[in-house]
Design a protein around this ligand. Structure first.
Ligand SMILES: Cc1cc2nc3c(=O)[nH]c(=O)nc-3n(C[C@H](O)[C@H](O)[C@H](O)COP(=O)(O)OP(=O)(O)OC[C@H]3O[C@@H](n4cnc5c(N)ncnc54)[C@H](O)[C@@H]3O)c2cc1C
Length: 406
């Protein structure tokens, strides 16, 4: 059974970013990745691009929004302002090479347990770092691994939200589309369920291929203004919508809840009900007579689900309890029930603020690295560069929803 001071599960943006921060402290860190570096990004639909722009502004203390380490810039590496997923995976590989990160690919982590909970076939006291007797045992398809600390960075892409309504299996989730060129033919009619970033991206791609599209959403994301970029469409997407050719073939239907999918003679009907849009969108107050009214949209194609993703916590799900849909974490992004187990990535949330974008969740990499470094008794000064680059978010008071400066 091989071991490391820290095992990071997942070699995506979060796993590599936190591993790079740990390696700045000369901590022995190994990444376990079931597929390949940046695999989620390589699986994006071919035409999909980053909505957050890349720009080489690092020299002025404003690291490229998509950089996972302060001294890098995807804009420089890729010469792209809005990289594709494949572009970005190339940037991640460059970071892994530069930091000489120890990434073991093809390793699927199926269980993570504190050594103190070990069973007969695993050692009760895992000896790491010359004597500590706690730590973790990880079960994988390639045998057991051990570590003093574990950082879970399994992302969300592996857990697409399939739709909580009957008949959802007749739809296709947008994340499983390889290319819109292979998926759509001019003149076809489509329904897209979900009108936020992925839904509008899907609709635009279908319209660009000469299709007719109806987008259904329980709110009105295409018209919703909010200071937090996690809550509103990116300017990049709004601009694409506004300059779109074929906009007359697009219907944006807000304030409806999809209830079920029916199929009949090779046609599919999406059944939705008018709903109250809620306090967040008072300007879309519907006529009260419409609430509860049924809408039916029938198309000859499989509806596209752009309903987002769930946390992909796999075997550590029970160790990160949830309250009202948010994962509970300590102020150092550690599991409140399992000391030594940390979370990195888009599921990090504090005080109602979601860290779902890379430029948000990267600010927590040095927090995790510093916490682990202090417990291992190493000098954490090398993390100062994160502070100087303004990517070290320690003061969570800025995450209050009404005063969000992060
Ligand atoms: C279509 C799309 C567009 C987006 N656009 C943007 C954008 O413009 N800007 C932005 O900031 N963010 C964007 N995001 C969000 C961003 O891509 C994600 O938040 C980011 O990928 C999260 O990084 P991650 O490292 O947490 O997860 P991932 O990149 O998904 O990496 C997780 C890794 O963990 C591995 N893994 C999972 N489970 C296990 C296991 N049990 N054992 C071993 N390995 C495992 C997976 O194979 C994967 O490689 C977008 C997301 C999507 C889906």
């Amino acid at each position: 059974m091989s071991g490391a001071q820290v095992v990071v599960v997942g070699a995506g943006a979060a796993g590599l970013g936190v591993a790079a921060a740990l390696s700045e402290l000369c901590i022995d860190v190994r990444l376990l990745e079931r597929d390949a570096i940046g695999a989620s990004f390589r699986a994006w639909p071919e035409e999909m691009r980053f909505i957050t722009p890349s720009f080489p502004s690092n020299g002025f203390g404003l690291p490229d929004l998509n950089a996972i380490v302060p001294g890098s810039s995807p804009a420089v590496t890729l010469d792209r302002e809005h990289p594709t997923g494949a572009d970005y995976a190339n940037y991640l590989e460059a970071v892994a090479d530069h930091y000489e990160l120890d990434v073991e690919t093809g390793v699927d982590v199926t269980d993570v347990r504190p050594a103190s909970e070990s069973t007969d076939d695993t050692p009760a006291g895992v000896v790491v770092d010359g004597g500590a007797t706690d730590g973790f045992v990880l079960e994988t398809n390639r045998g057991l691994r051990r570590a003093r600390f574990v950082v879970w960075a399994g992302g969300q892409f592996g857990a697409p939200r399939q739709g909580p309504f009957d008949g959802a299996e007749q739809c296709v989730h947008n994340s499983s589309v390889d290319s819109w060129d292979d998926y759509a033919t001019a003149g076809e009619e489509f329904v897209v369920v979900g009108g936020f970033e992925s839904g509008i991206d899907a609709a635009i791609n279908l319209l660009e291929r000469g299709c007719t599209v109806t987008v259904l959403d329980r709110g009105y994301p295409w018209a919703f203004d909010h200071p937090d970029p996690s809550e509103r469409l990116a300017p990049y997407t709004v601009e694409r919508l506004e300059t779109l050719e074929g906009a007359d073939r697009l219907s944006l239907v807000g304030g409806v809840e999809v209830e079920r999918i029916e199929s009949n003679d090779e046609r599919v009907t999406v059944v939705a009900t008018e709903r109250h849009p809620g306090d967040a969108e008072p300007r879309f107050e519907p006529d009260s007579d419409e609430i509860g009214t049924q809408r039916r949209v029938t198309v000859p194609t499989r509806p596209v689900l752009a309903t987002g993703f769930e946390p992909n916590l796999g075997p550590v799900a029970d160790r990160f309890p949830e309250t009202d849909g948010s994962i509970e974490l300590t102020e150092r992004d550690e599991s409140p029930t399992t000391p030594g187990l940390f979370l990195a990535g888009p599921d990090v949330e504090h005080r109602g603020t979601s860290f779902c974008f890379i430029y948000k969740f990267r600010t927590r990499f040095p927090v995790v690295a510093e916490t682990i470094g202090e417990r291992l008794g190493v000098d954490t000064d090398p993390l100062e560069q994160y502070r100087e680059s303004n990517v070290f978010l320690e003061d969570l008071s800025c995450c209050e929803p009404d005063d969000c400066r992060c």
